[in-house]
Design a binder for this molecule. Structure first.
Ligand code: DGL
Length: 276
């Protein structure tokens, strides 16, 4: 491996993290990036803490071994269930100078700017919802001022992973979960897509979301937060290589991954299969 190649690692259980990578590339095109999708083991949303932690740790170690100094967990489930343990237990042992960051904290910090009613809805995987990460983090930064209602949408990630996003099946599940969310709290005026796969269902979501409700997507928020992080951490910024290179890894078939990923990213690409 080239010695000066230190891309920013972007990890997700499958295709969802591409929505984050897309925004990062728009905001910070100068950096090199490696995307890793664990498509062979997706979805993570219904898996236990131990399993999500172990899979995520393996992915992070793979990205470190390929030269990444900084890895973004572009997956809410991994951010909710594995990030803290990796930061507290693994990094100090492996290499304290490397960093792993998640997507929940930056998203939560922006929420108060969007809501007027103080009623917020969070859509996420079962794992993210049960972890209570969003309500806890939102309560911390707003001193319990906001009312947070969560809805787990276990069918949404499989719909995205199986390329079933623009059809009556997708409409059915999206309408069902949004209906559920608003029946619990009709006062919600802001909904956060707390799963990086969900922007890929945006057409169906917009169809069934009440017109007065603000939809918060994580891509631009996480990209802005990364830009800010790199300004505040020049010691990391200087390490990240800047040739605008992009590389894609998947644990499933590279032939399957590349065409779909290029559709999501809006550019042709090739992928490599890796074993974690
Ligand atoms: N993109 C992941 C997230 O943000 C999806 C998790 C899954 O694989 O179920 O939570």
């Amino acid at each position: 491996m080239e010695q000066n190649y230190h891309p920013i690692g972007v990890f997700d259980s499958g295709y969802g993290g591409l929505t984050i990578l897309k925004s990062m590339r728009e905001r910070l095109p100068q950096y090199d990036y490696i995307y890793l999708g664990d498509n062979a083991r997706t979805p993570y949303g219904s898996r236990s803490y131990d399993v999500v932690y172990e899979y995520t740790r393996q992915a992070v170690m793979k990205l470190f071994s390929m030269g990444c100094q900084l890895v973004i967990l572009a997956c809410n489930t991994a951010s909710a269930k594995a990030l803290r343990t990796i930061q507290q237990n693994d990094l100090p042992l492996f290499d304290p100078s490397r960093r792993v960051l998640g997507v929940i904290r930056p998203s939560v910090e922006k929420i108060p700017q969007f809501t007027k009613s103080g009623h917020v809805g969070v859509l996420g995987t079962t794992g993210t919802v049960l972890s209570e990460s969003y309500p806890m983090e939102i309560a911390k930064i707003t001193d319990h001022r906001l009312i947070v209602t969560q809805e787990a949408c276990p069918m949404w990630v499989p719909l995205v992973e199986n390329d079933e996003t623009n059809n009556p099946a997708a409409d059915y599940f999206v309408q069902k979960n949004l209906g559920h969310l608003f029946s619990h709290d009709p006062g919600i005026d802001t909904v956060i897509l707390g799963c990086t796969h969900y922007p890929l269902l945006i057409t169906a979501i917009r169809k069934f979301l009440p017109a007065n409700v603000t939809l918060v997507e994580q891509g631009p928020i996480v990209a802005e937060s990364l830009a800010d992080y790199l300004i505040r951490h020049p010691e990391m910024e200087i390490k990240c290589s800047k040739q605008g290179l992009l590389r894609f890894l998947t644990t499933e078939s590279a032939e399957n991954f590349a065409p779909r990923a290029s559709l999501f990213l809006g550019q042709p690409l090739t992928a490599e299969k890796v074993i974690l």
